[in-house]
Design a protein around this ligand. Structure first.
Ligand code: SF4
Length: 359
């Protein structure tokens, strides 16, 4: 398959592994931001193949993992009011403070698992007597699609459709990680799919401020190893700059039409990250002029700010300070069949990756 098999080619993988081994003299800690990259590294056994002095640190780039508990509780509250809640499948088993969306469905809630927010528009058209809320979670990758859904709903004159959003931005999260006093990261692998939308122009000031290397990388084994190799070369040369190793999709400016759609519907605002806390200007919130599509403004939603003390150290995992094996609950009380925290549920969570491939 074009654009897939060549990036899984064992000869290319061996080539980059060899080049990394030759180039890496110092001890380097490289964070892959995206949970999809974490899964690919673990699934393809790349962590064991890297030299011991090149350590991959897993980042917070799993949108499901960083969605706050209070927002899951809000989604459940809406279901309990008879509202049709639409969600991507990876959210449905994430524990809220008392239950998950799936448990709320088992208790009679109307939960629809969809592949696209546009399907929620169709459901709203077919159920004019009911309110339909799409649980819009994700990084800059999913925000354009959700923004487009609002534009469609407005064009259709739909009054019974809205979004419950938890849209997070990658760049402020990277900055928060670098500001953490325990941060030991020398370089980032930038998330290729996010950069496909945003481009990488905004990374230059971060590189300047923190003297950190950023290499935009894809998700296949050869993509990841190429990105790691280029990061190692920068570090060995004492250089720090933004490098694009996902040239087949990413440009400096990114996808301008997608950015325009996002900008029409959303503005930057404060966002709470599960396990990390509130980060200023780290999320996308619906603009006031589209407030009738914002479920938090349309409905009086009751929820409390809750902290669950169940031994889960997801915050440490998401900040890259600890690995899943270092969680005392890993594989004991916490398994995919009984997740204590979101990183064990989500298909992009680091704990699930370690459990599925090392457990
Ligand atoms: S293993 Fe489970 S309890 Fe531990 S950090 Fe991961 S999700 Fe939380």
């Amino acid at each position: 398959m074009k654009l897939l098999t060549e990036y899984r080619n064992p000869e290319i993988v061996k080539y980059y592994l060899n080049e990394i081994k030759k180039a890496a003299k110092g001890d380097w800690q490289i964070m892959e931001i995206c949970g999809g990259q974490t899964h690919s590294l673990v699934k393809n056994g790349l962590l064991e193949l890297l030299p011991k002095n090149v350590t991959m640190i897993h980042g917070p780039g799993c949108p499901v993992c960083v969605t706050p508990i209070s927002l899951i509780d809000k989604a459940i509250f809406l279901m309990e009011q008879g509202i049709i809640l639409c969600s991507f499948g990876d959210m449905v088993r994430v524990p809220g403070s008392k239950k998950s969306l799936l448990q709320a469905k088992a208790e009679g809630g109307d939960l629809r698992i969809l592949y696209s927010p546009l399907e929620a528009i169709k459901i709203a058209q077919e159920n004019p007597q009911k309110e339909v809320v799409f649980f819009a979670v994700g990084f800059e990758t999913t925000a354009p699609g959700n923004a487009l859904a609002v534009i469609h709903a407005q064009k259709l004159g739909l009054k019974n459709f809205s979004l419950l959003t938890s849209h997070v931005l990658v760049l402020p999260a990277m900055e928060a990680i670098l500001d953490d006093k325990f941060c030991k990261i020398n370089a980032f692998l930038g998330a290729g799919h996010v950069c496909t939308i945003t481009g990488y122009k905004d990374y230059h000031p971060l590189v300047e401020k923190y003297k950190i290397s950023i290499v935009v990388s894809g998700f296949e084994p050869a993509d990841l190893l190429k990105g790691i190799y280029h990061a190692v070369v920068q570090l060995e040369n004492g250089e720090h700059f933004v490098e694009n190793c996902y040239e087949r999709w990413v440009s400096e400016e990114g996808n301008l039409p997608a950015q325009k759609v996002m900008d029409e519907i959303f503005e930057i605002g404060e966002q709470e990250w599960r396990g990390i806390g509130k980060i200023a200007d780290s999320g996308l919130v619906i603009r006031e002029k589209y407030a009738n599509f914002d479920a938090t403004k349309k409905f009086e939603i009751k929820s409390e700010n809750v902290r669950i003390e169940n031994g889960c150290i997801a915050g440490e995992i998401l900040r890259g300070n600890k690995k899943p094996f270092q969680c005392p609950e890993f594989g004991k009380r916490c398994k995919p069949s009984n997740p204590l925290g979101a990183p064990m549920v989500s298909s992009e969570g680091a704990c699930a990756a370690y459990y599925n491939y090392y457990g």
